[in-house]
Write a protein that binds this ligand. Structure first.
Ligand code: ADP
Ligand code: MG
Length: 572
């Protein structure tokens, strides 16, 4: 074949393939145009996953009649004059590629009327062929309708997912924008049914409630500006993160905006999730809406065809700002994000003489809750209020009273949290206290235990074990972490190795070893505790940084609030 120039039609279809991958990318481009036009209300309607029809209407500044036919030409934009202007770009668009790309692969109808003109215009483009614009009465703003998307590109059409999958992707993307732009009223209609609407009142939590539902709004912890000493210069972070009680098995609700643009970035997601470390179970992910603002000159938005990724001049700096903001929000989280225990009301007249709640106060000696004066509680800094211990239920849960109600504390999970933070503290201080054995202990290991032991030797010695292999299937223990003194090492070591052989729960192997060691050093359920023992445990829990979950992310406590009590007793 001789070398020839491609026809405009072919160039258009090829270029369109990059910008508009799927219906959701069409919606995103149109929505970004509406935001660039300073719209305060945007209505989006889709049919059959956007493949049949997409319509985006806004009340923004509109397109003048004589510019309609320019808007659909390739590389025509009102947002950028020179390449250098990218360094102080304030709009989402800048390439002038979206409308011509969409027009090349669909039936596109553009209706628009600028506020200061008394009539509007209509322009139709039929798979790249533009008709003449005609004058039309219209309300101010712009409406774009896209029909039969990709029907002239069979290859692309073949690769589209089911309509329901595309609708889901559009819903997620629009909800993210709606949550990030609380001053804009968004409405999304899918196949004739209202999917959601936001109120445009300007409040982040209100927008989250509209876009993602009331449970998300209720659990949103708003990020506060960092203290000047902790702030990261040049990077501002706004938004909210979900309380750990609200979590998902996927990361689809971890949403990042950079200078108003929805982006994907693994490093940022990782930095955020790290702040939840040990507050969430393995495999669970938080929800968050993070809006990062940064000097446009230190982020390159021109690295990805659909602008879904950006490149930061200093990515670590941005990650640091995100992780600090998230950390601050999590440590200051209000107490009422605790899971609530509901009382079951006993109907009056029925037999109320049921088995009473048993309050155990027997004292047991030889418990492993060592008294600890080393880290005095810092008044005002505790993430828990001072709790008054009342007793124990089922030899497993501590009942305590706080200013806001009744707390039920899982003694094992609570102690595990205490032990885990002690291990972390001694690791970071570099001082690990050991208790040597006068008579080294020889323990026989199963095959799997032995495999994990061989893999974990370094980590076990960092947390305070001195153990060596001894013949084929045994190990010899010469010293143990001092905090494990008094427990049955034979049994606990085997439990630690067993848990590790199942994969470990931490972010690193050392972390997994620390979590397992903490877990299997802790007092267990079904162990009666004396009042002083319980008080000591609760006092130590109050001193931890994250008292509300154990190292595995299980909750340590439940709250029954005063209000719950009053409601259940029909006092209010
Ligand atoms: P870009 O957004 O990169 O400029 P587009 O192809 O998306 O390129 O749009 C081309 C031009 O059409 C924009 O620069 C803008 O002037 C105009 N335009 C598109 N959509 C709208 C809208 N909803 N309201 C006002 N103007 C619009
Ligand atoms: Mg655009």
């Amino acid at each position: 074949m001789t070398i020839q120039l491609l026809t405009n039609d072919t160039i258009g279809k090829i270029a369109a393939g990059e910008v508009v991958e799927r219906p959701a990318s069409v919606v995103k481009e149109l929505l970004e145009n509406a935001l660039d036009a300073a719209a305060t209300a945007i209505a989006i309607e889709i049919a059959a996953g956007g493949m049949e029809r997409i319509e985006v209407s806004d009340n923004g500044k509109g397109i003048p009649f004589n510019e309609l036919s320019v808007a659909i030409q390739r590389h025509a934009t009102s947002k950028l004059l020179r390449f250098e202007d990218l360094d102080d770009l304030t709009t989402l668009g800048f390439r002038g590629e979206a409308l011509p790309s969409i027009a090349a692969v669909s039936l596109l109808t553009l209706r628009s009327r600028p506020l200061d003109q008394d009539h509007g215009g209509l322009l139709q483009v039929d798979f790249g062929q533009a008709a003449n614009a005609i004058s039309l009465g219209a309300s101010p703003g712009t409406t774009l309708t896209v029909e039969q998307l990709f029907s002239n590109v069979p290859a692309r059409r073949k690769f589209l997912r089911q309509a329901s999958t595309e609708s889901g992707a559009i819903n997620r993307m629009v909800a993210s924008y709606a949550a990030a732009y609380p001053a804009v009223r968004f409405t999304l209609t899918i196949d004739g049914r209202r999917s959601f609407t936001t109120d445009g009142a300007g409040d982040l939590v209100g927008a989250a409630t509209g876009a993602w539902g009331p449970d998300v709004g209720a659990a949103a912890l708003v990020l506060e500006p960092l203290e000047p000493s902790a702030a990261v210069p040049g990077v501002s972070v706004e938004g909210w993160i979900g309380a750990p009680t609200l979590n998902r098995s996927h990361r689809q609700h971890l949403v990042f905006f950079v200078n108003g643009r929805l982006i994907q970035n693994r490093a940022l997601a990782y930095a955020l999730e790290e702040a939840y470390h040990s507050l969430l179970m393995v495999g669970r992910h938080p929800l968050a809406l993070i809006k990062i603002d940064i000097d446009p000159a230190s982020v390159d938005v021109n690295v990805h065809p659909t602008k879904a990724e950006v490149k930061f001049a200093d990515e670590r700096l941005v990650c640091r700002a995100v992780s600090r903001a998230a950390h601050a929000a999590l440590t200051q989280a209000p107490r009422d994000d605790l899971p609530r225990v509901g009382f079951r009301a006993i109907p009056s007249g029925s037999d109320v003489r049921q088995a009473p709640m048993q309050i155990e106060t027997r004292t047991f000696a030889n418990h492993p809750i060592a008294t600890d004066e080393s880290t005095p509680a810092q008044p005002g800094k505790s993430a828990l209020p001072a709790l008054r211990v009342l007793g124990q239920v089922g030899a497993s849960y501590i009942i305590a009273e706080g200013p806001d109600g009744l707390y039920l504390i899982d003694q094992h999970a609570a102690h595990e949290r205490v032990m885990y933070e002690k291990i972390l503290a001694s690791l970071s201080a570099g001082i690990v206290e050991k208790q040597p054995y006068l008579d080294p202990l020889v323990i026989e290991l199963g095959v799997e235990e032995r495999v994990v032991f061989d893999k974990s030797g370094d980590e076990l010695s960092i947390v305070g074990f001195e153990i060596e292999g001894f013949g084929e299937g045994s190990v010899v223990v010469r010293a143990i972490p001092a905090m494990m003194a008094g427990v049955d090492i034979r049994e606990r070591l085997s439990l630690i190795l067993k848990e590790l052989s199942e994969g470990g729960a931490g972010d690193s192997w050392l972390d997994s070893v620390a979590i397992s060691a903490a877990c299997h050093t802790s007092i267990r359920a079904n162990q009666a505790l004396s009042l002083p023992e319980m008080r000591e445990l609760v006092a130590q829990l109050e001193r931890t940084a994250f008292p509300r979950a154990c190292g595995h992310g299980r909750p340590t406590m439940l709250l029954m609030s005063q209000t719950d009590l009053e409601k259940q007793f029909s006092r209010r």
